[in-house]
Ligand binder design. Structure first.
Ligand SMILES: *[C@@H]1O[C@H](CO)[C@@H](O)[C@H](O)[C@H]1NC(C)=O
Ligand SMILES: *[C@@H]1O[C@H](CO)[C@@H](O)[C@H](O)[C@H]1NC(C)=O
Length: 292
């Protein structure tokens, strides 16, 4: 073991010379016990002229600082004289409540150090832990639902024919292909796990602007349409749903994307279904849409 402590050697000599008074009382201490030394961390002045545990011949000095455990140059009696103290911790405290009263959150717990390590004793173990939880405080959840519904009632849906959602190659929707492609690739890595769902809507009112559009002219009063919410259109901030996806039995607003003055209101006629819109029949096809 040839780890050198040369840095600080001059300092060490200086310290010995200036601490003559201590040394006078105990001439030539040979170990930590005789010198009554036991130093924390690295202290290159904390040595005596005695035998080292590594029995190295290149130095007559042995050390009484806890760094000697790493350097391997402790005095023979270091372990005996400078007893190491292991870290000790108290019991874990109780887990805290879930920090989200309604939804995903985390709980924490901690414990405190009752004895810090000394003289190379073992380090302290972890003092804090955290685990996932799902909060379900009925009142908060109820209120959240009310708030959520208030938000949903005020939203305006933006819809497109379902062909866009199928990412088809038909020539008739060419002008949109580029836009959809961009839309898909932008969120491609973010397509999350919630599958598509859909809702049936009865059109309550519509603006005359729709008549000029080949696809939006089918959005007529009293007709029922199916609108699909696909993963790419789901919004993380609103909890993985589509903007303006409607509220059961409540009149909400919709707008046909890129058709000037084509907007209106509709009513969700049943709960959302965990299913896509079926659109095999050619005529039915015109009554199927997607949320943007
Ligand atoms: C280093 O050890 C000496 C005794 O050898 C002591 O007087 C001094 O306070 C120690 N220095 C530090 C920084 O601990
Ligand atoms: C829609 O239906 C309601 C009653 O179901 C009826 O009163 C109204 O005249 C209908 N509107 C149109 C434009 O068909």
């Amino acid at each position: 073991m040839a780890l050198a402590r040369s840095i600080g050697f001059a300092v060490a000599l200086f310290a010995i010379l200036t601490e003559g008074s201590t040394l006078e009382r105990r001439p030539n201490p040979r170990n930590c016990g005789e010198a009554d030394m036991c130093c924390q961390g690295q202290n290159n002045t904390c040595f005596v002229f005695g035998q080292r545990v590594d029995r190295s011949e290149d130095s007559a000095r042995c050390y009484c600082d806890s760094n000697c455990l790493i350097m391997g140059d402790c005095c023979m009696d270091y372990h005996h004289h400078c007893k190491s103290v292991d870290c000790q911790v108290g019991e874990w405290e109780e887990w805290t409540e879930c920090d989200n009263p309604c939804g995903y959150g985390s709980r924490k717990r901690k414990r405190v150090v009752t004895q810090y390590p000394d003289n190379g004793g073992t380090n302290c173990p972890i003092l804090k832990q955290r685990r996932a939880c799902v909060g379900f405080e009925e009142e908060v959840c109820k209120q959240n639902l009310v708030n959520e519904m208030t938000i949903e009632k005020a939203e305006q849906a933006r819809i497109l024919p379902i062909e866009f959602g199928r990412y088809r190659t038909e020539k008739k929707y060419d002008p949109w292909k580029g836009i959809l492609k961009n839309l898909y690739s932008k969120y491609f890595n973010e397509i999350l796990t919630r599958p598509s769902y859909s809702g049936k809507f009865k059109i309550r009112s519509t603006h005359h602007g729709c008549e000029s559009s080949e696809w939006a002219k089918h959005l007529t009063v009293n007709s029922t349409i199916c609108v699909e919410c696909q993963p790419v259109a789901m919004n993380r901030e609103t909890g993985m749903r589509c903007l303006g996806h409607g509220v059961y039995n409540i009149e909400t607003a919709w707008k046909a994307v890129d058709v000037p003055h084509c907007h209106g209101t509709w009513e969700l006629t049943g709960q959302h279904q965990p299913d896509v819109c079926h659109y095999d029949v050619e005529e039915e096809d015109k009554k199927n849409f997607i949320f943007l």
